[in-house]
Design a protein around this ligand. Structure first.
Ligand SMILES: [Zn+2]
Length: 294
């Protein structure tokens, strides 16, 4: 990659407490000027801010301190579910436990990002015994738009291609989809998409392919303040999978799942899962079906 020392263009500067960040674009429009000493951002970012370069929405690079991030969990259904599928150590248990069906949405730097899409096929609701939040899923989307939480998403991360995570992909025709190469499916192949081999960073969010729950099953890491989060997809159904180091009972590759969970446990990451009712007791509820994580 070319560098253009001493040149470059500062195309945005915002400051204001913890939300301050710089954005620079190199002279070639892509390359950050890593060696340009004149840009000491530390005084603007505060003592604890981490300086790093990440790809910007349009392929240029942001130099970031702390991103402005709002993150919400949205519940589109609830059901009971087999405990033996949640935890490997409960395999064979006849117990069923309360189970939510969630996706997440983030607003960051004026962009809207979705993490999975849920599903709306009535036969799937019946098959899995799921009670929907709104009888018609599109009413949930309308509600989120009315509340100002959801604009047309700029990006949609799909953690895997199972029906409850990718079923509504067709509702977001303008979005760029980010999905593991091994999880690509026909519908997304025809859309603007990035097929991820191993790792991909978009704004403050880094997708990493794990492949434990299903082929190409992925997770998304980010940090906010001092806290490190991981959106687990279905590598963890419940937060306790990670906080108690208990591998999942629903895996295609148990070793990969166990390694991901142990790493998160060791690093004390905060897991954000897509089926755990606890998300709605730990984080502040805006409504019965929207919880504000950040
Ligand atoms: Zn799921």
């Amino acid at each position: 990659m070319k560098t253009a020392r001493g040149a470059g263009r500062r195309i945005s500067l915002r400051s204001g407490g913890a939300e301050a960040y710089f954005m620079w674009v190199g002279a070639d429009g892509l390359t950050p000027l890593l060696s340009d000493k004149s840009r000491d951002t530390s005084r603007n970012l505060g003592g604890t801010a981490e300086r790093r370069f990440v790809p910007c929405w349009d392929g240029a690079f942001f130099e970031c301190g702390v991103w402005s991030v709002e993150l919400y969990a949205v519940k589109y259904g609830s059901s009971m579910f087999s405990l033996g599928s949640v935890y490997f150590d409960q395999k064979g248990s006849p117990r069923k436990v309360p189970f939510f069906w969630l996706f997440y949405l983030a607003k960051t730097d004026g962009k809207t990002v979705l993490f999975d899409t849920g599903f709306r096929d009535v036969s799937d609701f019946e098959k899995w015994g799921v009670t929907p939040t709104f009888p018609d899923f599109t009413d949930l989307i309308k509600d989120l738009k009315t509340r100002g939480l959801l604009a047309e998403p700029d990006a949609v991360f799909l953690t895997h291609n199972h029906f409850d995570h990718a079923g509504n992909f067709d509702l977001f025709p303008e979005a760029k989809f980010i999905i593991a190469k091994d999880a690509l499916f026909e519908g997304v192949r025809g859309k603007d998409h990035i097929a991820v081999d191993d790792e991909y960073t978009f704004g403050p969010f880094t997708m990493k392919v794990v492949g434990g729950h299903a082929p190409g099953s992925s997770v998304v890491y980010f940090h906010h303040g001092d806290k490190k989060y991981v959106l687990t997809g279905d590598e963890c159904y419940f937060m306790a999978n990670m906080t108690e180091n208990r591998p999942s009972g629903a895996v295609a590759d148990g070793q990969k799942n166990a390694a991901f969970i142990k790493d998160g446990f060791d690093r004390k990451l905060t897991p954000l899962t897509f089926h755990d009712p606890q998300i709605f007791s730990i984080y502040s509820k805006m409504t019965d079906y929207i919880a504000k994580i950040i």
